[in-house]
Design a protein around this ligand. Structure first.
Ligand code: VAL
Length: 445
């Protein structure tokens, strides 16, 4: 198997982590839950839960050098073949990719729109976004097809020539654009208000829903519970320090989320707009603000949506790769055949997702009050990602030889760090995530 270079791995894993979750989801969820206190809870979730699971996945991948299914069998004390079923978690990635590709299609549309006339009122912006998602089915299918083809083209080339290369190009570009946008936001008077909003805690807004949202976001943003980190780590050279690499990725991911939040809230507050606009925040509120800035606004809009696209593409490839590896290694498929199958699955489900929001098909594609798009998001981010994380932690804590894990950790970090991580992974994280999950499902109050 072609291995990543060390830097290639960090770029690829950071490229996977940094995505729509950081620049689209994080700011609007933070806005909905009132800012500061939510950010703090989110940071705690990243450090004590997200990073712990990230290191767990990284360890498993690097130690086994195999696809997710085989990893579980190979690493279990008894080599029990039934552990292969844990490999099912990778399919969640395909379903996320289905609706993710649709959103990337909208972003592509906004890059094109940003070259011309942007909407000049909140109402006009709302109308054009709503028309896009409810009426323009053909356009959305076209955009979704372009994104799907780009994703397929990259993964066809494999880990080293496809994924590593694209990340080495797009991640620095993303960094430059984000830095430029931050520099511009710094010149606005509203920047200090944005800092205050993101860092002054209003605890009254924190309830169990906020806790769950923060936890879900921590999983989503670090690409956990879909086998991505395990799969990428399987291509991490043995001598590399997986704990340090995990830490770097978590730091990059968190920094980009916070910077994206600061930029977006500065823009919103500069125009006196609301911070709690929900998922439409970047598609409705921002274009109106950019419009008020004239040609500079057009340039900023193109830069902003391009950053979103770049971040999203590097995440998209990371969601399909675990399934490809599984098909290639376990079913002896060629990469081409695996890509054709996985590509078709996410492409078709993407179309179902976009149709479920259109005025013509909404009704037939809405089940128990949620449309297909929302179901895909809910079942993956809120259900299967946490369950996969619980399984991974319990597996490591109870079914893998502790000495074996300890040996690998202590090649890179002091034993004290291993001990803390081990207690977290074995008891604290699975317990905390289970309680939150059962609470969300209404099974416990
Ligand atoms: N982690 C990415 C994101 O935040 C994907 C892979 C879910 O968008």
């Amino acid at each position: 198997m072609n291995k990543f270079s060390r830097i290639g791995f960090i770029f690829a894993a950071a490229g996977s982590a940094v995505g729509l979750g950081n620049i689209w989801k994080f700011p609007y969820i933070t806005g909905e839950y009132g800012g500061g206190a939510f950010v703090l809870v989110y940071l705690l979730c990243i450090v004590f839960i997200g990073l712990v699971v990230f290191i767990a996945e990284s360890y498993l991948g690097q130690a086994s050098e195999a696809n997710v299914s085989s990893t579980f069998i190979k690493m279990s004390k008894t080599k029990n073949p039934n552990w292969k079923y844990a490999g099912f978690m990778v399919f969640a990635g395909l379903f996320i990719l289905a609706f993710y590709s649709v959103v990337l299609g909208w972003i592509l549309n906004y890059i094109i729109v940003s070259f011309g006339n942007l909407p000049n009122s909140a109402q006009a912006a709302g109308n054009s976004f709503n028309t896009l998602i409810s009426e323009k089915i053909g356009l959305q299918i076209l955009l979704h097809s372009i994104v799907a083809l780009i994703t397929i083209f990259i993964v066809l080339k494999g880990v080293k020539d496809g994924i590593e290369k694209i990340n080495l190009i797009l991640m620095p570009l993303l960094g430059v654009i984000m830095f430029g946008l931050l520099a511009y936001a710094l010149t606005l008077d509203s920047f200090s208000k944005s800092i205050e909003f993101m860092f002054r805690a209003d605890w009254s807004k924190i309830d169990e829903n906020a806790l769950l949202a923060a936890l879900g976001q921590a999983f989503f943003t670090l690409s956990l519970g879909i086998g991505t980190i395990m799969t990428y780590s399987a291509s991490l050279p043995q001598k590399n320090n997986f704990v340090k690499s995990s830490l770097y990725v978590a730091i990059v991911d968190t920094t980009i989320a916070i910077v994206a939040g600061l930029i977006i809230f500065s823009f919103l507050f500069a125009a006196g707009a609301k911070s709690s606009a929900g998922p439409g925040l970047v598609f409705i509120s921002l274009p109106v603000i950019f419009e008020q800035w004239g040609t500079l606004g057009n340039i900023i809009a193109v830069a902003f949506f391009s950053a979103l696209l770049f971040a999203g593409i590097t995440s998209a490839v990371s969601m399909i790769e675990p399934v490809l590896m599984l098909f290639i290694e376990r079913f002896n498929m060629t990469r081409k055949k695996a890509v054709a199958i996985c590509g078709s699955i996410f492409y078709i489900f993407g179309i179902i997702a976009l149709l479920s929001m259109s005025s013509s098909y909404k009704e037939s594609l809405t089940f128990f009050g949620k449309n297909a798009f929302d179901w895909m998001d809910f079942l993956t981010s809120s259900i299967s990602m946490p369950i996969a994380a619980i399984i991974t932690c319990i597996f490591l804590g109870f079914f893998v030889d502790k000495e074996k894990i300890k040996n690998k950790f202590t090649q890179h970090v002091p034993v004290a760090i291993f001990n803390i991580w081990y207690v977290l992974v074995k008891y604290i994280v699975p317990l905390a995530v289970t309680i939150l999950l059962l609470n969300k499902l209404g099974i416990i109050k």
